[in-house]
Write a protein that binds this ligand. Structure first.
Ligand SMILES: Cc1ncc(COP(=O)(O)O)c(C=O)c1O
Length: 381
């Protein structure tokens, strides 16, 4: 049966396709795959959060429909979190919108601001969903490059493009490169966008897995900015599907209008348990950052086998690995996948021009990197 034309412009999500291939190959026998491509946290969420979930399961009304845009105490907890972590004051009633995962917010924002043919500016390398969701919403993705090394855009080259676009996507702490933003960059970005008819969509799901947590809202003033945050990575709660949008009240209202027509409020015990998570001390973030740093050291040993290099500093849960000049990340990823059953992400999937890179995730135990090294050494000598 014929599908809508909009499906002609997108493919199934890369990782969904590739994981299906992993399953198919494993079903045919042989060694299990070592999957180190996806940012799916393997560590457990904070135990207090799971206890809190269980405690709230029997609260009165826990299993009923919930308010479309989140219960008041959860939004209050988000506002408290912003004030403590980022020094930003938000009105919970008008500036915060809980989301069933921050990914769904990308859709709500795009449906709220893109008419057919409208442009959205999208960073390269960048998260694949910005482009495909833009297309699904009828918009046109216009790619802009990040500068190799700083992984910031050249703001001068963005200025004129920003006049002709409705949304500009930025993502710091950056995925896949791990680069944090700086206060100077955020100040300059806001200065550049002031007075233009464009929404700055600042995607910040790795905000606490970094050395210097930053929120763009600290710098936004009256410029129309919305920031996306997530509990998936910061609290190892990816399967719970909890995130939120925060920022300009007009944007929040527009997104809520779309969302309330598609989804109903998040499960009450999830919201209560998320409140517990948001009240945790900094020791939690120090703990997960320590684990990721240890894993990063292992990944550096692994990538030395093919002369790859990755930054010591930065954040997020990936190593963005530069390969020797002329080596294709796609070819290397294919070799690791088909010859060694090691699944890493080719840099190209985050932007065509970044084929000299691969992305390795820090979301597997250290011994998995050891096994990967042993497999490569055994096969290649
Ligand atoms: C840059 C970026 N934005 C958004 C998301 C979506 O996160 P969530 O689990 O909150 O939907 C991801 C997840 O991988 C991501 O890497």
């Amino acid at each position: 049966m014929k599908t809508a034309q909009r499906l002609d412009f997108i493919r199934d999500y890369y990782f969904a396709r590739k994981l299906a291939e992993v399953r198919q190959l494993e079903n045919q026998g042989g060694e299990p795959f070592l999957v180190m491509s996806i940012g799916n946290p393997d560590l457990p969420p904070p135990p207090q959060v799971v206890d809190s979930l269980v405690r709230h399961l029997n609260d009165p009304g826990a299993h009923s429909y919930q308010p479309y845009s989140g219960i008041a105490s959860f939004k209050q907890a988000i506002a408290g979190f912003y004030e403590r972590k980022f020094g930003v004051r938000l009105d919970p009633a008008t500036q915060i919108l809980p989301l069933l995962g921050s990914k769904s917010g990308i859709m709500w924002l795009s449906l709220a601001y893109l008419d057919t043919g409208d442009r959205a500016l999208i960073p390269q390398p960048g998260y694949m969903a910005y482009g495909s969701v833009t297309r699904l919403a009828g918009g046109v993705p216009e790619l802009y490059p990040l500068q190799e090394g700083s992984w910031l855009p050249d703001l001068n080259s963005i200025e004129s493009r920003a006049r002709q676009a409705r949304i500009i996507w930025m993502n710091y702490t950056n995925m896949p490169t791990g680069t944090p933003a700086t206060p100077e960059f955020l100040t300059e970005t806001i200065k550049l966008l002031r007075g233009k008819d464009i929404v700055l969509a600042f995607d910040n799901p790795y905000s606490l897995i970094t050395e210097q947590p930053l929120s763009v809202l600290r710098y936004a003033g009256d410029v129309p900015v919305v920031e996306f945050q997530s509990m998936s990575k910061n609290f190892n709660m990816a399967g719970w599907r909890i995130g939120w949008a925060a920022g300009h009240p007009d944007i929040i209202a527009a997104m809520a209008k779309v969302q309330s027509n598609v989804e109903t409020g998040m499960f009450y015990p999830f919201q209560k348990a998320a409140e517990t998570a948001l009240a945790l001390s900094d020791e939690w973030f120090a703990h997960i950052n320590r684990v990721y740093n240890r894993r990063k050291a292992k990944v550096k040993q692994l990538i030395a086998l093919f002369d790859g290099q990755c930054n010591d500093r930065g954040g997020g849960m990936f190593c963005w690995v530069k390969l020797p000049e002329g080596v294709s990340g796609e070819a290397l990823a294919d070799r690791l996948f088909y010859e060694h059953r090691i699944f890493v992400a080719p840099g190209k999937i985050f932007g065509e021009m970044w084929d000299n890179y691969i992305r390795i995730s820090l979301t597997v135990p250290e011994e998995v990197y050891d096994r990967a090294m042993a497999r490569i050494k055994q096969a290649e000598g």
